[in-house]
Write a new protein. Structure first.
Length: 215
């Protein structure tokens, strides 16, 4: 019997995590070797359990999914990462692809396609959920540059409802600089409203970490 593919589940909602665990464990060739409730626990389990694949939710406390991906790819390059997302946000998808993830899937993915995706990344191929690929193709011509640490901090505070003056005081910069950051963010992300910035912050986990934890 061939060795099973070892998988780590990183998802802060226990019910969602249990659902993915049942899918994974129903496949004879898979084995769940750990479950993480936050980004820091995810990194610790990657270090101690050496999983072949990490199924990673982007929006987690203590350390965001984006930061977790960056750490995993720098320190454990052989570990494959499949991002699980709940929102249709091309900016997020492009950012995680730039970080080197091996797969992206909506949380609504069917068990069959998820299983196929895991086998695909283990074989060294890129896996894009069939619901995501057409949206990425449509947005291929748009510029989706990664955000700087300062821009991420501004997005986080905007999403949390702080006004320009409050953000300026918290970041120790001028009101004008905050306004400029907001303008640049809207342009860089192709956003047309504050709601879109808020969606980005929620999806990437920026609202779940402290300002000083943003990388």
């Amino acid at each position: 019997m061939s060795e099973k593919i070892s998988i780590l589940l990183a998802e802060d909602h226990a019910l969602v995590r249990a659902g993915f665990k049942s899918i994974i464990e129903a496949e004879e060739g898979f084995e769940v070797v750990g479950e993480a409730e936050d980004g820091l626990e995810c990194l610790e389990l990657v270090r101690s359990r050496s999983p072949q694949v990490v199924l990673l939710d982007l929006s987690m406390p203590k350390l965001s999914g984006l930061n977790a991906i960056s750490h995993i790819k720098k320190r454990y390059a052989e570990t494959k990462v499949i991002v699980l997302t709940a929102a249709e946000t091309t900016n997020v998808w492009n950012e995680v692809l730039e970080l080197g993830v091996n797969g992206i899937a909506m949380k609504s993915i069917s068990p069959k396609e998820l299983i196929q995706g895991v086998y695909k990344v283990v074989q060294g191929e890129l896996f894009i959920h069939s619901e995501i690929q057409p949206i990425l193709d449509e947005a291929a011509g748009l510029s989706n540059k990664r955000l700087s640490v300062r821009e991420k901090q501004v997005v986080k505070l905007v999403a949390e409802g702080y006004k320009t003056k409050e953000i300026a005081e918290m970041l120790e910069i001028s009101d004008r600089t905050v306004s400029k950051h907001r303008e640049n963010l809207m342009t860089k992300m192709g956003a047309t409203s504050t709601a879109e910035l808020t969606n980005y912050a929620n999806e990437t986990g920026l609202t779940k970490v402290r300002l000083e934890e943003i990388e």
